[in-house]
Design a protein around this ligand. Structure first.
Ligand code: ZN
Length: 314
């Protein structure tokens, strides 16, 4: 049973994405002029917000923003209302803020924990999709311009004889909570290159071409920490469109307590008991970013809960 309090930030399927409508040009054109339709303005990966959070525009203000926007994409339906995102990145910051009747441009992650889950998820979706449009203006095969279509969910190369379809890219990464092979119960946390002294988190890495998710788990742990694991179990996933990530979370059990960090991506890795983690929390250290699936992985383990969504074992 899927419960919203178990859904990591930026997910949840709050909007009906209404994918079948994306190719209905007449319907989209009508929605764009419908005064009930909602437009979310963004500026260079930032929300445009006022004192209440990211602004949602309707009516004449929405029309004015669309006219000034470089790209407007259809996100889906919120009840009967169509929801669009409009990219004001071509404007200067002040002009974008004024056009949106906002008071500031702010990074979505800076608002973590202060937005309602649905609002945060839709903003993340908008940010990721608009970011992709700005990065995919040209065809990578022939270099011709690529034109947005399908409500903003595809770009088509306009080059003669090419016509390649370009879809938003998603970059999957695995994130793993590794448990010790025997008692007492411990988990492996590491200090990553660039992290502050004493800042530990679970191990993670990008999936490479030609790898399954579980292949990536085994390779990353071996490469970065010299750890081999068994009992790899899926825990959940998190959209992380900053700009294009998808975090796929696992638990695994080490076959040995021996750890050997690579000294490049990981500076240090060590085993923590639940008591040690509780002491760290009591001393004011958080368990990862509050909006990250890392936080949920550690929270579940700390509470001794069974995995939230146990599934196949590899
Ligand atoms: Zn092309």
């Amino acid at each position: 049973m899927r419960t919203q309090d178990r859904v990591p930030a930026y997910g949840g399927g709050w909007l009906d994405r209404a994918a079948a409508r994306r190719t209905d040009a007449d319907w989209l054109a009508e929605r764009l002029t419908d005064p009930a339709s909602v437009v979310l303005p963004l500026w260079r990966d930032r929300c445009l917000a006022d004192g209440d959070g990211p602004v949602r525009l309707t009516g004449e203000r929405a029309s004015a923003v669309r006219a000034a926007a470089g790209e407007t994409v259809f996100l889906g339906l919120d009840g009967d209302a169509a929801v669009f995102a409009a990219d004001l990145s071509a404007l200067g910051e002040r002009a974008a803020v004024e056009a949106a009747a906002a008071t500031r441009a702010v990074d979505l992650r800076a608002l973590a924990g202060r937005l309602d889950p649905a609002g945060a998820a839709v903003q993340a979706y908008a940010r990721g999709l608009l970011s992709w449009h700005r990065q995919q203006r040209y065809c990578g095969a022939c270099g011709a311009a690529a034109v947005a279509g399908g409500g903003g969910h595809v770009r088509t190369c306009a080059g003669a004889g090419c016509g390649r379809l370009l879809f938003p890219r998603i970059e999957p990464a695995v994130i793993v909570l590794v448990e010790a092979p025997g008692p007492p119960g411990r988990c492996l946390l590491a200090r990553h290159a660039g992290a502050a002294e004493g800042a530990y988190s679970t191990l993670a890495g990008f999936v490479e071409v030609g790898e399954s998710l579980e292949d990536a788990v085994h390779r990353e742990l071996a490469e970065e920490a010299g750890v081999t694991v068994t009992d790899v179990t899926y825990q959940g996933s998190q959209a992380w469109p900053f700009p294009a990530g998808l975090m796929v979370a696992f638990r695994a059990v080490a076959t040995s307590e021996h750890v050997r960090v690579d000294g490049v991506e990981l500076l240090e890795a060590r085993w923590f008991t639940r008591a040690e983690l509780r002491e760290r929390i009591a001393s004011g250290r958080s368990l990862g970013r509050v909006d990250s699936i890392d936080h949920l992985l550690l929270g579940d383990w700390l509470s001794g809960d069974a995995p939230a969504r146990p599934s196949a074992v590899w």
